[in-house]
Design a binder for this molecule. Sequence first.
Ligand code: UDP
Length: 454
Amino acid sequence: MEEERAYKAHVVVFPLDGQGHINPMLQFSKRLASKGLKITVAATTSNIKTIEATAGSMALEPIYDDCSEGGWHGQGEFKGYLERFEASGARRLTELVKRLEKTAHPVKCLLYDANLPWALNIAKQLGLVGIAFFTQSCAAIANYYSMHYEVLAKPLPVAAYPMPGLPKLGVPCMPSLGPETGRYPPLIVHILKQFDGIENADCIAFNSYDKLEEEVMEWMANLWPVMTVGPTIPSAYLDKRVNDDESYGFNLYKPNNDACMKWLNKKETGSVVYVSFGSAARLNAKQMSEMAWALKHTNYNFLWIVKAAEESLLPSNFAEETAGKGLVTTWCSQLEVLAHHAIGCFISHCGWNSTVEALSFGVPLIGMPRFLDQMVNAHFLQQAWGVGVNPRADEEGFVTREEIYRCIREVMDGERGQTFKSNAIRWKQLAREAVDEGGSSNKHTDEIVARIVS
Ligand code: UDP
């Protein structure tokens, strides 16, 4: 039956693993599928297993068996993982495209996570349209781009995008990437590789929307053929035009959804502080204890996502002592939580997905970025979008209990709280407009489809 279906073209989608990478790329794939493209997702075995149940009409192809080789914790840790992933991925991606050449749906395009720049070489060698997908903000990428030219010791082709007051980017410790030798730590040097050959991409897509990053987009349009296609939130929450698109369908951890929803349903509108630091960032014991104190002493309810690996760092008896006003759980469906009327604000690490989700649901933010692009997102939420505040942090990013407590009060019931809320609602409306009929992201997606099909 599958052979007989008429598709406009076949796209292989190649995401990097990680919750924050898979979510937006799968979502964009659903949009492309809704516009008549056939989608095959090529990913690591562990990710394929997690996506499987919800893939719908998408085909799935494992291209690296990370399960048997220990993933990021296998030999050589992160560096070893990246090398094995590239070796296996490059070979199996090529084999996949060649195998599909002989079918009714030969591959026309490779849509790859920009963090996997070597995938573009494969696309070009095989004569495919190559589309880079950035899972971070345009501003974060603009900032990295300036750093890239510093490392190359060459002048930027255009004047740097100005971001006055942007704090120094923190960098997570990844010893396997080697010692620090140059201007930037090895992880940053690794991240900057995403610009290698990027000028050869046929199109560069962002999980963002025009109005949100209008000026950065204009700046970037001088460099590359950029297209915003976001927010890549399930259509059911925005324009409702894509069938069966109600959730991400991918969870690294098991969500305790029923418990969260039951608990939230009993809370008054706008009375809950939601706290989550995403899938990768971890709070240390000292920061956990400051957060715990602030949440315990506010007048508000709180829902705090404490991942299993962090649970032992909670102060003893915390859950029991705060049982009346707080719920601590290891993972939730963040979309359902943010969409709930009880949520008043979101204390976030400002991962790009979490940031865009908060904006798309009209939820004010308290930004506690831990590292990398999170610093840029936090900077923008306060300086550019007016949807919240960032507590003052010391050099190490440590924030005191009093400071967290002060920010919760300011966002939940301070004078400025109303302004943050109304700004957030405006971004929510603009997000919906962007993906709806006639909106900029919808238009860009159509342009991408036309480019693939041509
Ligand atoms: N998320 C979730 N449940 C949680 C916490 C996070 O579903 O309890 C999702 C969230 O909706 C977002 C993703 O995990 O889509 C995290 O991505 P983000 O870019 O914010 O941060 P990262 O995890 O990449 O640091």
